[in-house]
Design a binder for this molecule. Structure first.
Ligand code: B12
Ligand code: SF4
Length: 481
């Protein structure tokens, strides 16, 4: 038997949909599988002890969705908590432990070393877990398990991930308690594809999901929507990094949802690139039930967009807002302020432009999480070699270690960059402001301008009272009321 463990306890709670997909494929391969969900458990350590007192699985898989909250200055790091869970599980079972999940896949080797788990899987889990069990039961040819990392004679060995293309996933989402997650988290996720073929300098998505889009048959997506609907779940958030890459797939998914007349039965939200986004895609999305888009806008300064290797231009942001408005889709623009070369002028240009194009809201995130194996790592390492560490923000001491939350904020924004950005925003209620370092927990109880979804009690309370939807959309409505 395989036991799959969810360790994500951030609130509002987000269902570990990866485990739903992985469990379905294990069951399909004839493996008995159970979920131990610590996400909503009162006392995780007790829940672990209680669970294992009655069971003896052959393998325990732990899913790490978030290695940290990716949010400066909160910089909450979850890998030490993962190590504790590994230790607690070790104390109650001899079963080997394998790690996986998007958070794990960004840092596969360092997290395996840090936690002392037996194995790790970088990338998709659907084929890897059954393959691992097969090998553990038989010839132990670990080289045949896609994406596997393991310790051998004091070094870590690793296989390349397989990145199946196209992807085919279980549509009966019945392993995790989606209904409770919906009630307490306000939305439910599903994927229409994985991976991205762009190369934005900061992004870890190609590392964890592969560097080309791997599509899922739209009819499978619609089957899953109908399955969730039958469970009373009608507010969804797509879990694609960007729904419109490639655009043809976005059309195909909308077409299938529209063919089945699902558009007036569900409300859904998604992340998207500002480009490509033609008027007819906006229309098709609205008809298919899309009620909100969060655009990866990053900046409205042309020089910053080029630095980030983003393909859109600032005029694409303006067009995206217009197209959403015309179709009654709420629109959020996510900014990423403070990257390499950012100056007070480029930030001003961005804030001014966003005010002018008038989205429903904009997230003014300040500080770029630097991930290993990205172009940002190269740039930071070069700056450090040049003796320049003035752009790095971190809460830990000792050498720079990208496994730990490490952020880049251009020194040109001065000593108090968050205050500078807040001044430019000038209290404009459309903006979620960057948190100020001296107030580490701007995630307080009553601040609807805080859009760190980690321990966001205001959101939790709103969802308890019945709010549903993307968190930015719930927060913006709270700010208006
Ligand atoms: C959609 C999304 C959101 C939506 C979620 C909507 C919903 N209802 O699900 C919203 C907007 C709410 C959100 C919020 C946040 N998110 Co988010 N999100 C994503 C996104 C795009 C998709 C996540 C997802 O569900 N993927 C699909 C599932 C199926 O994939 P998966 O979980 O990876 O599982 C697969 C494999 O990893 C593997 N696997 C999974 N578990 C296991 C276990 C074992 C044992 C094995 C072997 C394999 C395995 O198999 C699965 C199937 O192949 C990811 C990036 C990405 N492309 O994944 C970021 C991402 C996960 N989010 C991230 C962050 C930081 C957050 C927030 C903390 C932001 C914040 N500060 O508020 C919050 C946390 C919310 C929470 N409570 O957890 C980061 C985490 C980075 C990090 N440093 O760890 C990511 C990676 C984005 C990024 N690159 O920065 N997010
Ligand atoms: S930021 Fe978006 S478009 Fe750029 S590489 Fe990441 S997922 Fe792709």
């Amino acid at each position: 038997m395989l036991t799959l463990v969810n360790v994500n306890r951030m609130v509002p709670v987000i269902g570990p949909i990866g485990l739903d997909y992985v469990a379905a494929s294990a069951r399909e391969a004839g493996i008995d599988v159970e979920i131990l969900d610590l996400g909503m458990a009162d006392e995780p350590a007790n829940a672990i002890r209680k669970y294992f007192s009655g069971r003896d699985p052959e393998l325990v898989g732990i899913s790490l969705r978030n290695a940290d909250d990716c949010f400066w200055p909160s910089a909450d790091w979850f890998v030490p908590g993962l190590r504790d869970v590994v230790e607690t599980i070790r104390a109650v079972t001899d079963a080997p432990i394998v790690l996986g999940g998007v958070g794990y896949s960004i840092f596969p080797k360092p997290i395996l070393e840090y936690t002392h788990a037996d194995y790790g899987v970088c990338g998709d889990g659907e084929a890897a877990l059954p393959a691992l069990i097969h090998q553990l039961r038989g010839r132990r040819k670990l080289e045949d398990v896609p994406g596997l990392l393991w310790q051998e004679e004091s070094r870590i060995r690793s296989n390349p991930p397989s990145w199946p293309d196209p992807i085919s996933l279980g549509t009966a989402r019945s392993f995790i308690d989606n209904h409770s997650y919906f009630k307490r988290g306000g939305q439910c996720g599903l994927e229409t594809k994985r991976g991205c073929n762009r190369r934005c300098i900061y992004c870890a998505d190609p590392l964890a999901k592969g560097n080309k889009p791997r599509l899922r048959n739209p009819s499978e997506v619609a089957d899953e929507v109908q399955f969730l609907l039958r469970q009373g779940i009608d507010v969804l958030h797509l879990c694609d990094a960007e729904f419109n890459i490639p655009e043809s797939h976005a059309y195909a998914v909308c077409e299938e949802l529209n063919r089945r007349s699902l558009g007036n039965k569900i409300r859904w939200y998604t992340y998207m690139s500002p480009s490509p986004f033609e008027a007819d895609l906006a229309e098709a999305m609205a008809r298919a039930g899309c009620v909100g888009i969060d655009f990866t806008g990053d900046s409205a300064s042309e020089s910053m967009l080029r630095t980030y290797c983003q393909r859109h231009r600032r005029e694409d942001l303006a067009a995206a807002v217009r197209r959403c408005r015309r179709n009654g889709i709420a629109v959020m623009i996510d900014l990423l302020l403070g990257g390499p070369g950012e100056t007070t002028q480029t930030v001003q240009e961005t804030i001014d432009f966003i005010k002018k194009i008038d989205p429903d809201c904009a997230g003014a995130a300040l500080g770029m999480r630097v991930y290993p194996r990205t172009a940002m790592e190269e740039l930071v390492r070069q700056e450090l070699r040049d003796g320049n560490n003035g752009n790095i923000r971190r809460k830990y001491s000792g050498p720079t270690d990208l496994l730990k939350p490490t952020f880049y904020i251009s020194g040109a924004l001065g000593e108090r960059p968050a205050e500078f950005v807040r001044d430019l925003i000038g209290g404009d209620q459309r903006f979620f402001e960057p948190a100020v370092e001296a107030e580490p927990d701007a995630a307080g109880d009553s601040d609807a301008s805080n859009y760190n979804y980690n321990e966001n009690l205001l959101l939790t309370r709103a969802i308890d009272k019945g709010a549903r939807g993307a968190y930015w959309d719930i927060l913006r409505q709270l700010r208006r009321s």
